[in-house]
Design a binder for this molecule. Structure first.
Ligand code: UD1
Ligand code: UDP
Length: 357
Protein backbone atom coordinates (compact mmCIF):
# COMPACT_ATOMS: atom_id res chain seq x y z
CA UNK A 1 0.00 0.00 0.00
CA UNK A 2 1.03 3.58 -0.55
CA UNK A 3 0.05 5.80 2.40
CA UNK A 4 0.24 9.59 2.21
CA UNK A 5 0.62 10.94 5.76
CA UNK A 6 -0.08 14.59 6.53
CA UNK A 7 1.60 16.17 9.56
CA UNK A 8 2.19 19.80 10.40
CA UNK A 9 2.74 20.49 14.03
CA UNK A 10 4.44 19.49 17.23
CA UNK A 11 2.02 16.87 18.59
CA UNK A 12 1.75 15.26 15.15
CA UNK A 13 5.50 14.83 14.83
CA UNK A 14 5.44 12.83 18.07
CA UNK A 15 2.52 10.73 16.82
CA UNK A 16 4.31 10.10 13.52
CA UNK A 17 7.38 9.01 15.51
CA UNK A 18 5.30 6.14 16.86
CA UNK A 19 3.76 5.09 13.55
CA UNK A 20 6.04 5.96 10.61
CA UNK A 21 8.79 3.43 11.24
CA UNK A 22 6.35 0.54 11.70
CA UNK A 23 4.27 1.66 8.72
CA UNK A 24 7.35 1.79 6.49
CA UNK A 25 8.33 -1.74 7.45
CA UNK A 26 5.22 -2.99 5.61
CA UNK A 27 4.07 -0.22 3.29
CA UNK A 28 5.30 2.76 1.34
CA UNK A 29 4.81 6.10 3.12
CA UNK A 30 4.93 9.57 1.59
CA UNK A 31 5.29 11.98 4.52
CA UNK A 32 3.94 15.47 3.89
CA UNK A 33 4.79 18.34 6.29
CA UNK A 34 2.33 21.19 5.82
CA UNK A 35 4.65 23.69 7.52
CA UNK A 36 2.04 24.70 10.11
CA UNK A 37 4.85 24.64 12.68
CA UNK A 38 8.09 25.87 11.18
CA UNK A 39 10.48 27.14 13.88
CA UNK A 40 13.40 24.81 14.50
CA UNK A 41 12.33 24.16 18.11
CA UNK A 42 8.71 23.51 17.07
CA UNK A 43 9.53 21.19 14.18
CA UNK A 44 13.03 20.03 13.18
CA UNK A 45 14.07 19.22 16.72
CA UNK A 46 11.43 16.46 16.88
CA UNK A 47 12.50 14.92 13.57
CA UNK A 48 16.09 14.77 14.85
CA UNK A 49 15.38 13.60 18.40
CA UNK A 50 12.68 11.07 17.61
CA UNK A 51 14.28 9.84 14.39
CA UNK A 52 11.23 10.57 12.30
CA UNK A 53 11.87 10.09 8.57
CA UNK A 54 12.49 13.41 6.82
CA UNK A 55 9.36 14.76 5.13
CA UNK A 56 9.11 13.77 1.48
CA UNK A 57 7.25 17.01 0.75
CA UNK A 58 7.18 20.33 2.58
CA UNK A 59 4.30 22.65 1.76
CA UNK A 60 5.61 25.65 3.73
CA UNK A 61 2.14 26.76 4.83
CA UNK A 62 2.14 28.37 8.27
CA UNK A 63 0.56 31.41 9.94
CA UNK A 64 -2.68 33.23 9.20
CA UNK A 65 -6.19 32.48 10.41
CA UNK A 66 -7.49 28.95 10.82
CA UNK A 67 -9.65 29.26 7.72
CA UNK A 68 -7.01 30.73 5.44
CA UNK A 69 -4.37 28.31 6.68
CA UNK A 70 -6.65 25.32 6.08
CA UNK A 71 -7.67 26.66 2.66
CA UNK A 72 -4.06 27.07 1.55
CA UNK A 73 -3.28 23.53 2.73
CA UNK A 74 -6.26 22.14 0.82
CA UNK A 75 -5.18 23.91 -2.35
CA UNK A 76 -1.67 22.45 -2.04
CA UNK A 77 -2.80 18.95 -1.09
CA UNK A 78 -5.24 18.42 -3.96
CA UNK A 79 -2.61 18.29 -6.74
CA UNK A 80 -0.18 16.44 -4.47
CA UNK A 81 -2.67 13.65 -3.80
CA UNK A 82 -3.38 13.52 -7.54
CA UNK A 83 0.33 13.18 -8.30
CA UNK A 84 1.18 10.62 -5.59
CA UNK A 85 -1.95 8.48 -6.04
CA UNK A 86 -2.04 7.05 -2.49
CA UNK A 87 -4.20 4.11 -1.35
CA UNK A 88 -4.88 5.90 1.94
CA UNK A 89 -4.39 9.31 3.55
CA UNK A 90 -3.31 9.19 7.20
CA UNK A 91 -3.95 12.09 9.60
CA UNK A 92 -3.45 12.60 13.34
CA UNK A 93 -5.28 14.58 16.00
CA UNK A 94 -7.23 17.78 15.59
CA UNK A 95 -5.28 20.57 13.97
CA UNK A 96 -5.75 22.51 10.74
CA UNK A 97 -3.32 20.09 9.09
CA UNK A 98 -5.60 17.22 10.20
CA UNK A 99 -8.70 18.79 8.69
CA UNK A 100 -6.95 19.75 5.44
CA UNK A 101 -5.44 16.27 5.01
CA UNK A 102 -8.68 14.47 5.74
CA UNK A 103 -10.89 16.65 3.55
CA UNK A 104 -8.44 16.62 0.64
CA UNK A 105 -8.21 12.84 0.90
CA UNK A 106 -11.98 12.36 1.06
CA UNK A 107 -12.61 14.74 -1.86
CA UNK A 108 -10.12 12.73 -3.91
CA UNK A 109 -12.02 9.58 -2.88
CA UNK A 110 -8.99 8.15 -1.13
CA UNK A 111 -9.78 6.33 2.16
CA UNK A 112 -8.87 8.52 5.12
CA UNK A 113 -7.42 7.07 8.32
CA UNK A 114 -7.79 9.23 11.42
CA UNK A 115 -5.58 8.41 14.39
CA UNK A 116 -6.84 9.83 17.73
CA UNK A 117 -10.40 9.78 16.43
CA UNK A 118 -13.45 10.37 18.63
CA UNK A 119 -11.96 12.79 21.16
CA UNK A 120 -14.56 15.37 22.16
CA UNK A 121 -14.54 18.40 24.44
CA UNK A 122 -18.05 19.32 23.21
CA UNK A 123 -16.82 22.90 23.00
CA UNK A 124 -17.40 24.15 19.47
CA UNK A 125 -15.62 27.44 20.19
CA UNK A 126 -12.35 25.49 19.97
CA UNK A 127 -10.96 25.23 16.42
CA UNK A 128 -9.68 21.79 17.41
CA UNK A 129 -13.21 20.51 18.16
CA UNK A 130 -14.39 21.53 14.69
CA UNK A 131 -11.33 19.92 13.11
CA UNK A 132 -11.83 16.65 15.01
CA UNK A 133 -15.54 16.32 14.31
CA UNK A 134 -15.11 17.09 10.61
CA UNK A 135 -12.10 14.78 10.22
CA UNK A 136 -13.99 11.95 11.92
CA UNK A 137 -16.99 12.28 9.63
CA UNK A 138 -14.94 12.04 6.40
CA UNK A 139 -12.75 9.17 7.61
CA UNK A 140 -13.08 5.57 6.56
CA UNK A 141 -10.98 4.14 9.39
CA UNK A 142 -11.22 5.75 12.85
CA UNK A 143 -8.53 4.65 15.28
CA UNK A 144 -9.33 5.56 18.88
CA UNK A 145 -7.22 5.99 21.99
CA UNK A 146 -9.95 4.80 24.38
CA UNK A 147 -13.33 3.06 24.61
CA UNK A 148 -14.92 6.39 25.45
CA UNK A 149 -13.68 7.90 22.16
CA UNK A 150 -15.16 4.94 20.27
CA UNK A 151 -18.47 5.38 22.11
CA UNK A 152 -18.51 9.09 21.14
CA UNK A 153 -18.17 8.09 17.49
CA UNK A 154 -20.87 5.46 17.65
CA UNK A 155 -23.23 8.02 19.18
CA UNK A 156 -22.53 10.30 16.23
CA UNK A 157 -23.10 7.41 13.81
CA UNK A 158 -19.91 8.04 11.83
CA UNK A 159 -19.75 6.32 8.46
CA UNK A 160 -16.28 4.76 8.88
CA UNK A 161 -15.03 1.71 10.77
CA UNK A 162 -14.15 2.39 14.43
CA UNK A 163 -11.37 0.56 16.24
CA UNK A 164 -9.80 1.12 19.67
CA UNK A 165 -6.01 0.86 19.37
CA UNK A 166 -4.72 2.93 22.30
CA UNK A 167 -2.84 6.19 22.11
CA UNK A 168 0.24 6.49 19.91
CA UNK A 169 1.75 9.36 21.95
CA UNK A 170 1.61 7.03 24.94
CA UNK A 171 3.72 4.55 22.94
CA UNK A 172 6.45 7.18 22.58
CA UNK A 173 6.20 8.32 26.18
CA UNK A 174 6.34 4.81 27.63
CA UNK A 175 9.53 4.18 25.68
CA UNK A 176 10.97 7.53 26.76
CA UNK A 177 10.11 7.53 30.46
CA UNK A 178 13.03 5.46 31.79
CA UNK A 179 15.52 7.83 30.17
CA UNK A 180 13.47 10.88 31.22
CA UNK A 181 13.42 9.72 34.84
CA UNK A 182 17.15 9.02 34.83
CA UNK A 183 17.96 12.47 33.42
CA UNK A 184 18.84 15.00 36.10
CA UNK A 185 21.04 17.10 33.83
CA UNK A 186 18.01 18.92 32.36
CA UNK A 187 16.74 19.81 35.84
CA UNK A 188 20.17 21.17 36.74
CA UNK A 189 20.15 23.26 33.54
CA UNK A 190 16.91 24.95 34.60
CA UNK A 191 17.91 25.21 38.27
CA UNK A 192 15.20 22.95 39.72
CA UNK A 193 15.20 19.84 41.94
CA UNK A 194 13.11 16.66 41.51
CA UNK A 195 9.62 17.00 43.02
CA UNK A 196 10.18 20.63 43.98
CA UNK A 197 8.90 22.59 41.00
CA UNK A 198 5.89 22.91 38.73
CA UNK A 199 5.86 22.54 34.95
CA UNK A 200 3.46 24.80 33.05
CA UNK A 201 2.47 25.21 29.41
CA UNK A 202 -0.24 27.25 27.67
CA UNK A 203 -1.03 28.07 24.07
CA UNK A 204 -4.78 27.58 23.45
CA UNK A 205 -6.25 30.35 21.32
CA UNK A 206 -9.05 30.67 23.90
CA UNK A 207 -6.49 31.40 26.63
CA UNK A 208 -3.96 33.61 24.88
CA UNK A 209 -5.58 35.54 22.02
CA UNK A 210 -7.85 37.71 24.18
CA UNK A 211 -5.67 40.10 26.22
CA UNK A 212 -8.06 39.92 29.20
CA UNK A 213 -7.90 36.09 29.30
CA UNK A 214 -4.14 36.23 28.75
CA UNK A 215 -3.84 38.66 31.67
CA UNK A 216 -5.69 36.18 33.90
CA UNK A 217 -3.40 33.39 32.75
CA UNK A 218 -0.29 35.44 33.52
CA UNK A 219 -1.55 36.34 36.99
CA UNK A 220 -2.45 32.71 37.69
CA UNK A 221 1.07 31.60 36.75
CA UNK A 222 2.57 34.34 38.93
CA UNK A 223 0.43 33.24 41.89
CA UNK A 224 1.78 29.68 41.86
CA UNK A 225 4.35 28.54 44.38
CA UNK A 226 7.62 28.61 42.40
CA UNK A 227 9.72 27.56 40.78
CA UNK A 228 7.47 27.17 37.72
CA UNK A 229 9.24 26.05 34.55
CA UNK A 230 7.37 27.57 31.61
CA UNK A 231 8.48 26.63 28.09
CA UNK A 232 6.72 29.31 26.07
CA UNK A 233 4.82 28.42 22.90
CA UNK A 234 5.52 30.99 20.12
CA UNK A 235 1.82 31.91 19.93
CA UNK A 236 1.80 32.75 23.64
CA UNK A 237 5.05 34.69 23.39
CA UNK A 238 3.73 36.73 20.47
CA UNK A 239 0.40 37.50 22.17
CA UNK A 240 2.08 38.37 25.49
CA UNK A 241 4.46 40.69 23.68
CA UNK A 242 1.57 42.41 21.85
CA UNK A 243 -0.40 42.80 25.10
CA UNK A 244 2.64 44.16 26.98
CA UNK A 245 2.55 41.17 29.33
CA UNK A 246 5.77 39.39 28.47
CA UNK A 247 7.74 41.19 31.17
CA UNK A 248 5.16 40.11 33.82
CA UNK A 249 6.14 36.54 32.94
CA UNK A 250 9.85 36.97 32.25
CA UNK A 251 10.31 39.21 35.31
CA UNK A 252 8.38 37.03 37.77
CA UNK A 253 10.79 35.71 40.43
CA UNK A 254 9.22 32.22 40.56
CA UNK A 255 8.96 31.67 36.80
CA UNK A 256 11.72 30.00 34.78
CA UNK A 257 10.84 31.06 31.25
CA UNK A 258 12.32 28.96 28.43
CA UNK A 259 12.03 28.58 24.69
CA UNK A 260 9.90 25.59 23.55
CA UNK A 261 11.79 22.48 24.58
CA UNK A 262 12.73 19.35 22.71
CA UNK A 263 10.87 16.17 23.59
CA UNK A 264 13.62 14.68 25.77
CA UNK A 265 13.94 17.77 27.96
CA UNK A 266 10.18 18.26 28.17
CA UNK A 267 9.53 14.68 29.27
CA UNK A 268 12.36 14.85 31.76
CA UNK A 269 10.91 18.01 33.35
CA UNK A 270 7.41 16.50 33.23
CA UNK A 271 8.36 13.25 34.93
CA UNK A 272 10.11 14.97 37.86
CA UNK A 273 7.56 17.75 38.43
CA UNK A 274 5.42 18.09 41.60
CA UNK A 275 2.51 18.79 39.28
CA UNK A 276 1.78 20.08 35.81
CA UNK A 277 -0.42 23.05 34.87
CA UNK A 278 -1.41 23.14 31.23
CA UNK A 279 -4.00 23.75 28.54
CA UNK A 280 -2.29 21.28 26.20
CA UNK A 281 -4.04 18.07 25.23
CA UNK A 282 -0.83 16.07 24.90
CA UNK A 283 0.64 17.29 28.17
CA UNK A 284 -2.53 16.36 30.15
CA UNK A 285 -2.28 12.83 28.82
CA UNK A 286 1.49 12.63 29.34
CA UNK A 287 1.20 13.87 32.93
CA UNK A 288 -1.30 11.09 33.59
CA UNK A 289 0.90 8.39 32.09
CA UNK A 290 3.91 9.68 34.06
CA UNK A 291 1.82 9.62 37.27
CA UNK A 292 2.11 13.38 37.81
CA UNK A 293 -0.98 15.32 39.00
CA UNK A 294 -2.33 17.72 36.39
CA UNK A 295 -4.26 20.96 36.68
CA UNK A 296 -5.87 21.90 33.41
CA UNK A 297 -6.22 25.56 32.55
CA UNK A 298 -9.45 25.03 30.65
CA UNK A 299 -13.13 24.69 31.53
CA UNK A 300 -13.37 21.38 29.65
CA UNK A 301 -11.18 18.67 28.21
CA UNK A 302 -11.37 15.89 25.66
CA UNK A 303 -9.14 13.74 27.93
CA UNK A 304 -12.02 13.26 30.35
CA UNK A 305 -10.82 9.88 31.63
CA UNK A 306 -7.92 11.60 33.41
CA UNK A 307 -10.37 13.82 35.29
CA UNK A 308 -12.63 10.90 36.21
CA UNK A 309 -9.59 8.97 37.47
CA UNK A 310 -8.87 11.88 39.84
CA UNK A 311 -5.47 12.83 38.36
CA UNK A 312 -6.59 15.92 36.47
CA UNK A 313 -8.60 18.92 37.72
CA UNK A 314 -10.18 21.53 35.44
CA UNK A 315 -9.80 25.06 36.80
CA UNK A 316 -10.08 27.25 33.68
CA UNK A 317 -8.10 30.42 34.55
CA UNK A 318 -9.23 30.67 38.17
CA UNK A 319 -6.04 31.17 40.22
CA UNK A 320 -7.69 30.32 43.54
CA UNK A 321 -9.14 27.10 42.14
CA UNK A 322 -5.69 26.22 40.74
CA UNK A 323 -4.03 26.71 44.12
CA UNK A 324 -6.64 24.69 45.97
CA UNK A 325 -6.54 21.90 43.33
CA UNK A 326 -2.77 21.79 43.66
CA UNK A 327 -2.99 21.47 47.44
CA UNK A 328 -5.72 18.81 47.15
CA UNK A 329 -3.90 16.68 44.59
CA UNK A 330 -0.70 16.83 46.61
CA UNK A 331 -2.41 16.02 49.91
CA UNK A 332 -4.35 13.05 48.61
CA UNK A 333 -3.09 11.73 45.28
CA UNK A 334 -5.48 9.13 43.81
CA UNK A 335 -4.79 5.57 44.91
CA UNK A 336 -5.58 4.04 41.51
CA UNK A 337 -3.73 4.61 38.24
CA UNK A 338 -5.42 2.49 35.54
CA UNK A 339 -4.02 2.23 32.00
CA UNK A 340 -6.45 4.60 30.29
CA UNK A 341 -4.90 4.98 26.87
CA UNK A 342 -3.41 1.64 25.98
CA UNK A 343 -0.36 -0.44 26.69
CA UNK A 344 2.26 1.35 24.60
CA UNK A 345 1.61 -0.72 21.46
CA UNK A 346 -1.04 1.41 19.77
CA UNK A 347 1.06 2.06 16.67
CA UNK A 348 1.31 -1.66 15.91
CA UNK A 349 -2.48 -1.89 15.98
CA UNK A 350 -2.77 1.20 13.77
CA UNK A 351 -0.50 -0.36 11.14
CA UNK A 352 -2.40 -3.67 11.29
CA UNK A 353 -5.72 -1.86 10.86
CA UNK A 354 -4.38 0.20 7.94
CA UNK A 355 -3.11 -2.99 6.28
CA UNK A 356 -6.62 -4.46 6.53
CA UNK A 357 -8.27 -1.45 4.81
C1 UD1 B 1 -1.75 24.50 16.73
C2 UD1 B 1 -3.07 23.74 16.74
C3 UD1 B 1 -3.37 23.29 18.15
C4 UD1 B 1 -2.23 22.52 18.77
C5 UD1 B 1 -0.94 23.31 18.65
C6 UD1 B 1 0.22 22.49 19.12
C7 UD1 B 1 -4.83 24.42 15.15
C8 UD1 B 1 -6.12 25.13 15.02
N1 UD1 B 1 -4.17 24.60 16.31
O1 UD1 B 1 -1.93 25.68 17.51
O2 UD1 B 1 -4.50 22.45 18.14
O3 UD1 B 1 -2.50 22.29 20.11
O4 UD1 B 1 -0.73 23.68 17.27
O5 UD1 B 1 1.29 23.24 19.54
O6 UD1 B 1 -4.42 23.73 14.24
N2 UD1 B 1 4.17 30.18 15.45
C9 UD1 B 1 5.51 30.45 15.34
N3 UD1 B 1 6.33 29.42 14.98
C10 UD1 B 1 5.90 28.17 14.73
C11 UD1 B 1 4.53 27.91 14.85
C12 UD1 B 1 3.68 28.93 15.21
O7 UD1 B 1 5.95 31.58 15.54
O8 UD1 B 1 6.72 27.29 14.43
C13 UD1 B 1 3.27 31.29 15.85
C14 UD1 B 1 2.81 32.11 14.67
O9 UD1 B 1 2.63 33.41 15.10
C15 UD1 B 1 1.46 31.48 14.36
C16 UD1 B 1 0.95 31.16 15.76
O10 UD1 B 1 2.11 30.75 16.47
O11 UD1 B 1 0.61 32.33 13.66
C17 UD1 B 1 -0.09 30.09 15.81
O12 UD1 B 1 0.36 28.92 15.14
P1 UD1 B 1 -0.70 27.84 14.61
O13 UD1 B 1 0.02 26.67 14.08
O14 UD1 B 1 -1.68 28.50 13.72
O15 UD1 B 1 -1.51 27.47 15.92
P2 UD1 B 1 -0.98 26.92 17.32
O16 UD1 B 1 -1.38 27.89 18.36
O17 UD1 B 1 0.44 26.52 17.23
N1 UDP C 1 6.21 19.38 23.95
C1 UDP C 1 7.58 19.51 23.84
N2 UDP C 1 8.16 20.68 24.22
C2 UDP C 1 7.45 21.71 24.73
C3 UDP C 1 6.04 21.56 24.86
C4 UDP C 1 5.45 20.39 24.45
O1 UDP C 1 8.27 18.58 23.42
O2 UDP C 1 8.03 22.76 25.05
C5 UDP C 1 5.60 18.13 23.51
C6 UDP C 1 4.80 17.40 24.56
O3 UDP C 1 5.13 16.04 24.47
C7 UDP C 1 3.37 17.64 24.17
C8 UDP C 1 3.46 17.80 22.66
O4 UDP C 1 4.71 18.44 22.46
O5 UDP C 1 2.51 16.59 24.48
C9 UDP C 1 2.35 18.59 22.03
O6 UDP C 1 2.29 19.78 22.70
P1 UDP C 1 1.34 20.98 22.49
O7 UDP C 1 1.01 21.41 23.86
O8 UDP C 1 2.01 21.96 21.61
O9 UDP C 1 0.06 20.47 21.67
P2 UDP C 1 -1.34 19.83 22.03
O10 UDP C 1 -1.09 18.49 22.58
O11 UDP C 1 -2.06 20.75 22.96
O12 UDP C 1 -2.05 19.80 20.71
Amino acid sequence: MKVLTVVGNRPQFIKAAAVSGLLRAEHEEVLVHTGQHYDKEMSHVFFDELEIPSPDRELGIGGGSNTSQTARMLAALEPLIGEVGPDAVLVYGDTNSTLAGSLAGAQAQVPVVHVEAGMRSYDRTMPEELNRVLADHVSELLLCASDLAAANLRREAVAGRVEVVGDVMVDVLMRSLPRARADTETLREYGVAPGEYLLASAHRAGNVDDPARLGKLVELLRALPGPVVLPLHPRTRARAQEAGLLERLAGAPGIVLTEPLGYAQLTSLLSHARAVLTDSGGVQKEAYVAGVPCITLRANTEWTETVEAGWNTLVDLDAEAALSALAGLERTPPAEHPQLYGDGHAAERCVAAIGAL
